[in-house]
Design a protein around this ligand. Structure first.
Ligand code: HPA
Ligand code: ZN
Length: 365
């Protein structure tokens, strides 16, 4: 059975059962690109425990907190359960220092995993809720944390402001204006996230079109917890060049053809899809089929702390559980870099740096 064929290069086919396993250190050694990572899903459990102690929460040690904010083996793998973790996390955004700290630590953790370019998305409405912080202040604390983290840890970091479908379009509009005011401080994109199964994207269409016109990159969670028609909507109505997840694209030939024609980039997050019930069995994740269908699918984490994963581990899962030949990893990493919402010269420099380094690590690339 052919598991993968690359449009540009031919590689030996790896069937999962005949794979050559590499140690995790090999995947860690690769320079990586992350397009889809939520700040709120990246918070260290140890940091939550510190906040719990500082604020006298009943939840103040990691053993109590871990099951509340991470997906355990025995809990239901449903999107409702997945989203419930974010509701608990909202209780912890208590001070400007906390918001700055979680931003810097998210970048430190990306650096430790050898991520070289990070688009970190954050949800201003969520971060503002517990204390009623003004949205603009919250965004400034994240922006400042990201600038400090980038400087300290050497990861090129850009921010995407995220709004949830299940929250008010009026608040989303405020977020978009505040994001546009902070474009020269690292906010480069806008994301629509949240409960796709029960809330339509349509109320947000005008806001997203405005943001796109003003130069923000657009990405939309679609075809994750609802069908491929949402991917078609994101591409045709919202003008989205990137789709969060989009793994249900394979259910519809028209959606596949459209995404192929528009060269839409899919921000695929394998473990997240398993844990939120999109894909029942990890081994049946459609990432290989998406590539075989000629779609531009990249590998990302979504919520590394909630899922208890790193990007290196996700690359390992793709190679060793789904049969992606290691020789195809450089191409996927470079595809992610090409999809970055960076100005052309910065993007070209990033791609060139990564290409050179990947060539040394995997000479066939
Ligand atoms: N889908 C929708 N909203 C989200 C997700 C997701 O996978 N992760 C964090 N917010
Ligand atoms: Zn996401």
């Amino acid at each position: 059975m052919v598991y993968y064929n690359s449009s540009t290069k031919q590689h030996p086919v790896n069937e999962p059962s005949k794979k050559m396993d590499q140690p995790l250190e090999f995947y860690q050694s690769l320079p990586k690109v992350e397009l889809h990572r939520h700040l709120e899903g990246s918070i260290r459990v140890e940091t939550l425990a510190d906040i719990g102690r500082e604020h006298n929460f009943p939840q103040r040690d990691t053993s109590t907190l871990r099951p509340l904010v991470q997906i355990g083996k025995d809990e239901p793998y449903t999107f409702e359960n997945f989203l419930s973790k974010f509701a608990i996390l909202r209780l912890f955004y208590r001070t400007p220092d906390v918001i700055g700290r979680i931003t810097r630590e998210a970048i430190a953790d990306a650096a430790a995993d050898n991520v070289r370019y990070l688009e970190l998305r954050f949800t201003p409405v969520a971060l503002s809720k517990a204390e009623g912080f003004p949205l603009g202040h919250v965004m400034d604390w994240v922006v400042d944390g990201a600038l400090a983290g980038q400087e300290q840890y050497g990861v090129v970091t850009r921010l995407i402001a995220s709004v949830n479908r299940h929250e008010s379009p009026d608040l989303a509009e405020q977020v978009v204006w505040l994001a546009m005011e902070r474009r020269n401080r690292g906010i480069i994109g806008l994301d629509l996230a949240g409960n796709e199964a029960e809330f339509p994207a349509q109320p947000f269409e005008g806001i997203f079109l405005e943001a796109k016109q003003e130069g923000l990159g657009i990405t939309i969670h679609a075809g994750e917890w609802a069908g491929a028609e949402n991917i078609v909507e994101a591409i045709t109505e919202f003008g989205s060049s990137r789709i969060g997840h989009g793994v249900r694209v394979l259910e519809d030939e028209t959606a596949i053809a459209l995404a192929r024609e528009r060269k839409t980039v899919f921000e695929v997050c394998i473990t997240s899809n398993h844990q939120s019930g999109v894909v029942q069995h990890l081994l049946q994740h459609p990432f290989p089929m998406m590539l075989n269908a000629g779609l531009n699918a990249t590998l990302n984490t979504d919520d590394p702390s909630i899922s208890k994963i790193t990007l290196s581990e996700e690359y390992q899962v793709a190679c060793e559980k789904l049969g992606l030949p290691v020789a195809m990893l450089p191409e996927r990493i470079l595809a992610a870099a090409q999809a970055a919402y960076l100005p052309p010269e910065e993007k070209a420099a990033l791609v060139e740096r990564l290409r050179n380094e990947l060539n040394e690590k995997i000479p066939a690339a």
